[in-house]
Ligand binder design. Structure first.
Ligand code: MN
Ligand code: MN
Length: 278
């Protein structure tokens, strides 16, 4: 059995959602700190500052279909990809679904490798200021700038839809076209644009999709992003069955006031409720 969870993985049964921290930032290209995010998100989630109810009125505290599994123990960068895949596959193998807390965005590639062992068809909705489609970055094919190139190369997703992107380079445009990625650049986003998916959807949420005014606690400040309200509306109105999600790139080192942590927790709660169909 896979050992590496703080919680007993036997508590996960079919249809349940496991919250799993993946405190890994070894493949960040600019700043470290995202590995501190799971602990900060938990501290914020369980603080008395807010309650466990979402905007629809549904209260997560009244629902026993989710469980906090604690953090995955990552030994080192060399082992990370394999360990993350194995840890996620263990939860999915028990019939559970995952909402993971990064860590940097490199974790999404091994998570998707685990998901495709269980789901024959997956669509990905990626919220991000960046396309993360570099063939390699600083000589590292597993950099947080590359996960979606690996995912598309290995055909782990049938569809990849990216919203909020605002830093495309010619190489990234070429990669997107090569892989058939559906990029909705932020300047072409229309309020009320309906996102509809027929296959199960995996939602990958990079906190830097938000404008730094709303979420300054990220490693790459990219002005001109969405407001918190806008991303909540996109998530709440999404048509499709969400079977997994990650919230990545929150960097507590850059969040002295704690505001970005509150935004991450808000997203966690709304996304969790959406996965639970509540
Ligand atoms: Mn990203
Ligand atoms: Mn990003």
């Amino acid at each position: 059995m896979f050992k590496g969870f703080h919680q007993d993985i036997n508590l996960i049964s079919s249809g349940m959602v496991g919250i799993l921290g993946i405190p890994f930032d070894g493949f960040s290209s600019f700043l470290r700190g995202a590995s501190l995010a799971p602990a900060r998100i938990r501290e914020t989630l369980y603080s008395d500052s807010s309650n466990m109810c979402v905007e629809s009125g549904f209260c997560l505290s009244d629902d026993s279909r989710w469980i906090d599994l604690g953090d995955l123990v990552i030994k080192n960068s060399t082992e990370a990809i394999r360990q993350i895949e194995a840890g996620c596959a263990a939860v999915l193998g028990r019939g559970g679904l995952l909402l993971t807390l990064g860590g940097d965005h490199s974790i999404t590639y091994p998570i998707l490798r685990a998901y495709t062992q269980k789901f024959a068809h997956i669509n990905i909705l990626q919220f991000d200021a960046h396309a993360d489609l570099y063939h390699e970055y600083d000589g590292n094919k597993y950099s947080h700038a590359c996960p979606f190139a690996r995912i598309m190369e290995e055909k782990l997703a049938d569809r990849l839809v990216q919203v909020g992107v605002r830093t495309l380079t010619p190489h990234l445009v070429q990669q997107a076209s090569r892989f058939g990625v559906e990029i909705v650049p932020i300047d072409r986003w229309k309020n009320g644009s309906n996102l509809t998916f027929s296959d199960p959807v995996y939602l990958s949420f990079d906190m830097d999709v938000l404008d730094p005014a709303f979420a300054p606690g990220v490693s790459h400040h990219e002005p001109g992003g969405f407001s918190t309200r806008e991303v909540l509306e996109i998530i709440q109105s999404l048509k499709g069955r969400i079977v997994g999600a990650d919230i990545v790139e929150f960097n507590p080192v850059r969040d002295p006031t704690g505001v970005t942590g509150m935004v991450a927790v808000k997203l966690l709660k709304e996304i969790l409720a959406k996965i639970l169909g509540a």
